[in-house]
Design a protein around this ligand. Structure first.
Ligand code: SAM
Length: 193
């Protein structure tokens, strides 16, 4: 009997998680018209982390603009040793990310906020900002060049800005607003030390 109750509770928990996640996805994409939660896959996450470790060895603090469940943010905190500020505006995603921070072997701090309002109001300066957003929101990030030294953008390039480096993953793509963006990582030095 105990196991049956446990099984039913687990199923209900999973259903609830998937239901809220689906609701937030639809709300993000169709009501707020912002990039919905799509996680960067493991290959992209490893490529971002390897690039940071190879090129910016003394990185102290990183922010992720639009961090979803914080999978990439926590991996960066663990594998680069930097303090990571994960900025996410969807409440359920931020809640899950905050909960998972408790188990993070690194220092990842999730903040539930509109990332752009937060950046407007913070006095912090970040060695690196990472973003996996759509083209319109990514294009807004260079305005924070006094607060961000290096921007790493997954899949979305900024028009009229020359990246320091482009890593072409060679396969896979993000489909955003019906358009296909091949998996590439764009590195911009906005204001490198
Ligand atoms: C494509 S997902 C990337 C998630 C995460 N970077 C990952 O790879 O797992 C984009 C995320 O940005 C969030 N987002 C979009 N606009 C935002 C904003 N103005 N402020 C904070 N988060 C935002 C969305 O809710 C979504 O979770």
């Amino acid at each position: 009997m105990f196991w049956l109750i446990l099984l039913v509770v687990c199923f209900l928990g999973i259903d609830l998680f998937l239901g809220i996640r689906f609701f937030e996805y639809v709300y993000s994409a169709h009501i707020r018209h912002q990039p919905p939660l799509v996680q960067a896959n493991k290959i992209l996450r490893c490529a971002v982390i390897n690039y940071i470790n190879a090129n910016y060895k003394n990185v102290k603090n990183i922010c992720e603009i639009g961090s979803g469940f914080g999978t990439l943010a926590r991996a960066m905190a663990k594998k680069t040793g930097a303090t990571v500020w994960a900025l996410e505006n969807m409440p359920f995603a931020a809640f899950v990310s905050k909960f998972m921070d408790l188990f993070c072997r690194g220092y990842n701090k999730t903040i539930w906020c509109d990332a752009f309002d937060w950046m407007d109001n913070t006095n912090m300066v970040f060695d690196i900002a990472v973003a996996y957003l759509g083209p319109e929101l990514t294009a807004k990030i260079p305005r924070y060049k006094n607060k961000i030294h290096v921007l790493i953008s997954i899949d979305f390039e900024i028009k009229n800005m020359k990246p320091r480096h482009i890593i072409d993953m060679g396969r896979g793509a993000t489909i955003y607003m019906g358009k296909k963006y091949p998996h590439r990582i764009f590195i911009y030095e906005l204001n490198h030390k």
